[in-house]
Design a binder for this molecule. Structure first.
Ligand SMILES: Nc1ncnc2c1ncn2[C@@H]1O[C@H](COP(=O)(O)OP(=O)(O)O)[C@@H](O)[C@H]1O
Ligand SMILES: O=C(O)[C@@H](CO)OP(=O)(O)O
Ligand SMILES: [Mg+2]
Length: 463
């Protein structure tokens, strides 16, 4: 039901932002997104000379994606492996929620077992032994695939950490170390994955190489800017657009050449000298039987957010779906835009929507995430201004290594914090945004949502 313009602001701004955010999540439900393709896969299987369907799911949305294939193509599946992010507690995969469409819940799924898949729960964003073991199983399985096999890959963000198999000469602990160094240095996902792809047996198209000559179909939930196939989960079935030399340049940019594990540097240097084979590139024979298909993205989520905001009566605008940069700088930039709108208030309330993935150069030893850091910086810029609210959150329900998805702030946030004796600058400097918002009671907690299309910001400006 459409609500009259003059009545929307009678509702709590936090509730409105939440309703818009949940609408965005629903639009990128990985279970539904995969189901749109299962008929096509059945007809490829039944129309060709195939005798095996192997399904490999990896990433934060692996379980709902696997469930969709199981529900629709269960009779065809020969073997399935799913690798997902361990929650640390519950080890049951999530099943599409039976809650009605109107239910205002962030979690798209409820727990339910997978029957056709062996499920592995592994660590993210730094890889662990469990991911390694699961990936060994995947490699063993697809090595034996011939042209009569379809290898269906269900790929989502987080896949880089979960599908892990270091090159000869690199140990898991060296891989963990280089990942951690790059994450803390503020490298973006393009940069991080350029390095990951060049020290891996499966990333940067190498998974497709192992499965060749099988028919490969990858259904991909994008969580990177520009939906670049070689970057999402480090593009295991896509031609790589980067080189060993690029990987060395990334390490150089962040001053890591002398700090990174020696074996990693040696390997990359050998590669740059042409002594190790590059990752597979566009035009290589191994991609002849490969289809990489993006099934949902941040843009799709933002469009649904805009539609819901308009339905609620807002003048809604998507500012960008490609937000990048240091989180606190983006927070300031977004606050400038909000303030400008505010001083130029129209006769309708406004909802500004953006999405993307910022970065944080972690210098302190606090606890936080990029959305929470963006939100502190935003709040500092709008201190005392009435009628502006920002929700910034990860669509996966996790911001950094915390149990919060992000934070929700307004003009009172900083005033309130200072009155409590908190110094926001200090929290920001110590990268301790989580504890800041814990104290101001403005953490935005949803729990794992089951999807993953980067981060979303929703700014509400009262008329
Ligand atoms: N204390 C901190 N404050 C802010 N950001 C942090 C902190 N610790 C880690 N991060 C950032 O969290 C990011 C990883 O968080 P995560 O939500 O798992 O990312 P993604 O959703 O992309 O997988 C890294 O970019 C890292 O820089
Ligand atoms: O797996 C990865 O490489 C990235 C991008 O897809 O995902 P995340 O940022 O969630 O680790
Ligand atoms: Mg990411």
């Amino acid at each position: 039901m459409k609500i009259e313009y003059n009545t929307i602001m009678e509702r709590d701004r936090n509730d409105l932002a939440t309703e818009i955010f949940y609408a965005a999540l629903k639009a990128v439900d990985p279970y539904n997104a995969v189901r749109l393709y299962t008929d096509k896969i059945r007809s490829i299987y039944q129309g060709g000379d195939f005798n095996r369907l192997i399904v490999i799911a990896f990433g934060k949305a692996a379980c709902p994606m696997a469930k969709a294939v199981e529900d629709e193509l269960g009779d065809l599946i020969d073997t399935g492996i799913a690798i997902t992010k361990s929650s640390g507690k519950e080890e049951t995969p999530l099943h599409p929620s039976t809650r009605g469409e109107d239910t205002n819940s962030p979690c798209l799924f409820t727990p339910s077992p997978l029957h056709h898949f062996t499920l592995f729960n592994a660590n993210h964003p730094v890889p662990d032994e469990k991911g390694l073991k699961a990936t060994d199983e995947v490699i063993k399985l697809i090595k034996g695939a011939d042209e009569k096999a379809i290898v269906l890959c269900l790929i989502s963000g987080g896949g880089s950490a979960l599908l892990v198999s270091p090159c000869e000469g690199i140990t898991l602990s060296e891989k963990q170390e280089i990942t951690e160094l790059l994450l803390k240095a503020g490298a973006d996902i393009y940069e991080l994955n350029t390095v990951r792809k060049h020290i891996s047996k499966v990333k940067g198209g190498r998974l497709a190489e192992i499965a060749y000559p099988a028919r490969i179909i990858s259904l991909i939930l994008s969580d990177v800017i520009g939906d670049r196939l070689d970057v999402i989960a480090s593009g295991p079935t896509a031609p790589d657009r980067t080189t060993f030399r690029d990987a060395l340049m990334v390490l150089d940019k962040y001053g890591l050449i002398d700090i990174a594990p020696e074996n990693v540097i040696k390997l990359l240097q050998k590669g740059a000298e042409g002594l190790i084979k590059e990752t597979p590139k566009d035009g290589d024979l191994i991609f002849k039987n490969v289809d990489n298909i993006i099934i949902a993205s941040n843009r799709k989520a933002l469009e649904a957010a805009k539609a819901r905001a308009e339905g609620l009566g807002f003048n809604a605008e998507i500012i960008s779906s490609e937000i990048t940069g240091e989180a606190r700088e983006v927070g300031k930039w977004l606050a400038d835009i909000a303030r400008a709108k505010c001083s130029n208030r129209s006769n309708r309330s406004t909802c500004l929507i953006s999405g993307g993935e910022t970065t944080v150069t972690v210098k302190g030893n606090g606890k936080g995430g990029r959305n929470m850091e963006l939100a502190i910086a935003f709040a500092m810029e709008i201190e005392g201004i009435k009628g502006i609210t920002l929700l910034s959150a990860g669509t996966d329900g996790t911001d950094g290594p915390t149990d919060a998805a992000g934070a929700i702030v307004d003009g009172e946030t900083i005033k309130k914090a200072r009155a409590m004796g908190l110094n926001p600058e200090e929290y920001l400097d110590n990268n301790d945004s989580y504890n800041f918002f814990k104290k101001t009671d403005e953490l935005y907690i949803t729990g794992p949502t089951g999807t993953n299309v980067m981060d979303i910001q929703i700014v509400i400006i009262e008329k």
